[in-house]
Write a protein that binds this ligand. Structure first.
Ligand code: PLP
Length: 459
């Protein structure tokens, strides 16, 4: 596959070129020259194939021929010892994306990316520096994914005081080839600093630099896998009625309350599904659009944001206006200038996007109410991001902007990652082992002002 910049149809680059440079030389993001399609045989068996095999089939055309099939086969199986269960919760499905080592969906992208980098740089002797800005979950997933990978070091920039104590330990607690910078500013400042570092000629002479943000195609592409797997399962009518691995309280488990609307979002064989995607930088949603174009049975996407609602506003008005980010309880989505919007806009017109995506935003009060109500009535713990998705679907339904039909909310993080928000509303959440281990680490970060010379000095 060849990749172009979102800003010009000039010289294409290879998959390796796109992955290792991160950002195109003209400042654009790399997009594939075409979106491939699943073979008919694969399309027909998405509902029954094993997760690793769907990963192989989904990623292969994007990396062919640079990553040979047997290498890709090993790579996806070692990246994904966990899966993404589709579980029924009340009147709808939840796609649980938090069963990886850092308990957030970013593990899917980061673990593939670390292995792809390592393969593409085999035989190089100059160590690679990866710079990554995080609003919380990216940093932990990237740190964990790259930890201990020889020839690569990672520097994570995060907004000081705006990530949870657990996230801080996941980012700054590993040491080794992972270092952490606590930036006195917002996530947008961190992102701006990383962009400025990429534009700095003196830095580029000192060491090869790359990014690991969701702008990198190596993170984006594998995120299509769980959409295809879940859409396939829904299309054959198969969902987990009760996941052992889900944070559902057995004692509180109750039947779905009876009433008119119940079952409106249930799966039914032969019906394509709607995904409600809690969104910040829009990497996750962009990957979903790719999976749909590849042929996964997906009806519609809902872009659910917190009050950082740049994209829902764009879909409503047709005007794109980036803004400074505002802090919310779903802090991994506090993004006022979503970087993947450039990708969406380069590949689809406003009318096309309106046909594929419905936008909605959710306030912190509504998010808290959803966490409390879903726990109270269904015994299920939502994290603040998943709760934005849950509530977003309800808001669209109440405004009569959504039809009946199968719907899955993406649960992008384990609720225990945001215990300080969720527990006062829903009670004690059992901690998964990966998070217990992370909590025991000591964070070591250097604090810097939000200023490019401070970043350069720290590097
Ligand atoms: C990163 C993140 C999001 C937002 O994903 P984007 O791809 O940036 O839209 C949502 N929820 C959680 C928990 C996240 O970590």
């Amino acid at each position: 596959m060849r990749y172009y910049s979102t800003r010009s149809r000039g010289e294409p680059v290879s998959f390796a070129g796109a992955v290792l440079t991160g950002l195109a030389p003209d400042g654009g993001l790399f997009i594939p020259e075409e979106i491939p399609r699943y073979r008919d045989a694969v399309k027909a068996s998405l509902g029954t194939m094993d997760f690793g095999d769907i990963a192989f089939e989904t990623i292969k055309p994007f990396v062919h021929p640079e990553i040979p099939d047997p290498v890709l086969e090993d790579l996806v199986h070692s990246a994904y010892p966990f899966t993404a269960p589709l579980v029924r919760v009340g009147d709808r499905q939840v796609l649980e994306l938090f069963h990886g080592p850092t308990a957030a969906f970013k593990d899917f992208g980061a673990r593939f990316m670390a292995r792809a980098f390592s393969y593409l740089r085999r035989g190089e002797d100059k160590p690679l520096r990866i710079l990554v800005a995080t609003s919380g979950d990216t940093g932990g997933a990237v740190a964990d994914g790259f930890y201990g990978i020889p020839g690569i070091s990672v520097t994570v920039l995060y907004p000081k005081g705006r990530v949870s104590p657990l996230q801080e330990r996941q980012i700054a607690g590993l040491g080794g080839n992972i270092s952490a910078l606590a930036v006195e500013g917002s996530f947008d400042d961190c992102q701006r600093l990383v962009k400025a570092a990429f534009g700095d000629e003196s830095l580029k002479k000192r060491f090869p630099l790359s990014s690991a943000n969701s702008i990198n195609v190596a993170r984006l592409i594998p995120q299509g896998v769980y959409y295809a797997a879940a859409a396939g399962k829904a299309f054959t009518g198969s969902v987990h009625e009760d996941g052992e691995a889900t944070p559902r309280e057995k004692a509180a488990e109750r039947p779905v309350p009876s009433g008119g609307k119940e079952g409106k979002f249930r799966v039914a064989p032969g019906q394509p599904i709607t995904f409600c995607v809690p969104s910040g930088n829009f990497g996750n949603l962009t990957a979903g659009l790719y999976a749909q174009k590849m042929g996964a049975p997906i009806r519609l996407f809902i872009a659910a944001t917190n009050i950082n609602k740049t994209v829902p506003d764009y879909l409503a008005s047709g005007n794109y206006e980036a803004r400074p980010s505002q802090a919310t309880i779903s802090n991994a989505m506090d993004v006022g200038a979503p970087s993947n919007f450039e990708r969406m806009a380069a590949q689809w017109s406003l009318e096309e996007l309106r046909g594929m995506i419905r936008g909605v935003f959710v306030t912190d009060d509504e998010t808290r109410r959803a966490i409390a109500t879903v726990h109270e009535t269904l015994g299920y713990f939502l994290d603040p991001h998943g709760a934005v998705g849950w509530e977003g679907a309800d808001k669209l339904w109440d405004q009569k902007l959504l039809d009946e039909g199968p719907l899955a909310v993406l649960a992008t993080a384990h609720p225990a990652k945001f215990g300080e928000t969720v527990e006062p509303l829903a009670g004690k959440i059992p901690l998964p082992p990966s998070l217990t281990e992370a909590l025991g680490r000591l964070p070591h970060a250097q604090t810097i002002p939000a200023d490019i010379s401070a970043l350069i000095a720290a590097l």
